[in-house]
Design a protein around this ligand. Sequence first.
Ligand SMILES: Cc1cc2nc3c(=O)[nH]c(=O)nc-3n(C[C@H](O)[C@H](O)[C@H](O)COP(=O)(O)OP(=O)(O)OC[C@H]3O[C@@H](n4cnc5c(N)ncnc54)[C@H](O)[C@@H]3O)c2cc1C
Length: 410
Amino acid sequence: MADLPSIQGEQSADVCVIGGGYTGLSTAIHLRQLGYSVIVLEANKVGWGASGRNGGHVGTGQRAEQGELEKMLGLEHARALWDLGLEAVDTVCELIEKHNIDCELKHGNLHVASKAREVAGLREEVEHLSNTYGYQQIRYVDQQELAEMTSGQGFHGATLDTGARHLHPLKYALGMARAAQELGATIYEGSRVLSYTEGEQVLVKTDRGQVRARYLVLACNGYLEKLEPRTAGRIMPINNYMLATEPLSEELARRLIRDDTSMSDSLFVIDYWKLSQDRRLLFGGGESYTRRFPKDIGNFVRKYMLRIYPELADTHIDYGWGGTLAITMNRMPDFGRLSASVFYAHGYSGHGVPTATLAGKLLAEVINGSAERFDIMASVPSPTFPGGTLLRWPGLVAGMLFYSLRDRLG
Ligand SMILES: Cc1cc2nc3c(=O)[nH]c(=O)nc-3n(C[C@H](O)[C@H](O)[C@H](O)COP(=O)(O)OP(=O)(O)OC[C@H]3O[C@@H](n4cnc5c(N)ncnc54)[C@H](O)[C@@H]3O)c2cc1C
């Protein structure tokens, strides 16, 4: 996509959206479909954030497990969240189909148990989703069948969810941007919002221009920084890393993932992987919690890949990259309103491909006066990280190191 201009001077719109990732672009698409004029302000380029750098897994349900949600919120609320989780995947597929987005959409995720004691939990999950939610697209795969589906090491069983999808993340983001523009949204790149004021109208300022709007949507996720201190304490930016191998032979690629599904494991610092269209292994693993990325990201992620696929020891790593996402304390996203005119959604905790897409739809609905479905998400409690906006890092880092140590010790 050619560079888009940055904003100059004063513009006005019904809604100003800050952030050109899935949340902001989906909001723009859905608002345009309802007839609202929209200006999207993106500090860098469309898809520059996590939306252009992620693993492309489009999981069903919510990031938190249904059993946890039932305990936290009761069955009725948990069921509404499950339904929205499935609608999120459908919304991704509908956008791709309706707007002809060529982003390599495929079916299925194989989620493996990294520890023997987790097998019973996977079996129970399959039964629970079938009995309580009528979801039949997930099944348990035993160790013997799993060995025919992947040469990956150290797995004790798996679930195969054929309702999940996977895709090329940047192509999806750029396709959404094109769709938003075709529907009449204006997108400015290189337009970092420095501040905004709320009054009868919202006034959103960059260094070279400003937007007057009736409504403002914050869609900055892990890159929010200090723009909105009122929400910042409920999310924690963390960095996650990926590599791409050299293109693999057809035979090797099928040995790694026989059915071309995406794959993920059950470790707290999750490993996730899939094949690209040109048969590279795209492998995500490892996290860090400061602003600095490791110097050689490919090498940093490689050790996680080799733990699972030692046969790739001589395979060249062509690319490595990282991105910043926002997590929450309970791994459920944080949706809400700061006033009658300012709305936000973020903290998808690694489940943002479907959930940020859905967020855009629900943000458009709430701005259009239907709050019911937005509030199913917004009423999930979103605790502030201990230490709040300024002091949350030491606690997070200690917690994360504890859990990643537990991953390694088994
Ligand atoms: C390495 C990695 C792998 C991941 N894998 C998966 C996966 O497989 N499946 C999954 O579901 N999720 C995954 N995620 C998470 C997922 O990518 C995110 O949840 C999702 O992309 C969030 O979209 P977003 O639009 O809210 O945020 P982003 O895509 O991060 O976009 C936010 C945008 O806001 C802009 N911005 C910030 N501040 C300002 C400002 N002041 N003014 C103007 N613009 C601003 C930024 O430049 C950025 O482009 C992964 C994330 C990472 C980093």
